[in-house]
Unconditional design. Structure first.
Length: 117
């Protein structure tokens, strides 16, 4: 009869090490504040699809309104830095990447273009 206890231990050890490495990677990403950009990069790797321009305009206007009413810097930062994949012609393909401050359809009295530089 064959004794497989040594092989099972080795397989279990490898699985535990792989899981531990994955957990460490996730924790490192979390503590560096990179989950937002990490998720965006993963989307880009797997083929980004363009977002409807009207939905993006609504989101940009909401960020502007929220910044105007609360004064929280996170809304201003998102308005100036969050990059959107625009689908201008409706084919679900990315036609252009832009942030809210670059879109001429968005007018925000609370955040000027100079605030985003």
């Amino acid at each position: 009869m064959l004794n497989k206890k040594g092989q099972e231990l080795s397989t279990n050890t490898i699985i535990v090490v792989i899981l531990a490495v994955l957990v460490l990677i996730v924790v490192a990403i979390f503590f560096t504040g990179g989950f937002g950009t990490f998720i965006d990069k993963i989307k880009n790797i797997w083929g980004a699809t363009g977002e409807d321009v009207q939905e993006i305009l609504l989101e940009c206007n909401a960020m502007c309104t929220n910044y105007d009413s609360t004064g929280l810097e996170e809304y201003k930062t998102s308005f100036c830095e969050k990059e959107f994949a625009l689908d201008i012609d409706g084919d679900k393909e990315v036609d252009k990447y832009a942030v809210c401050a670059e879109l001429p359809e968005v007018s925000c009295s609370a955040i000027s273009a100079d605030d985003c530089i």
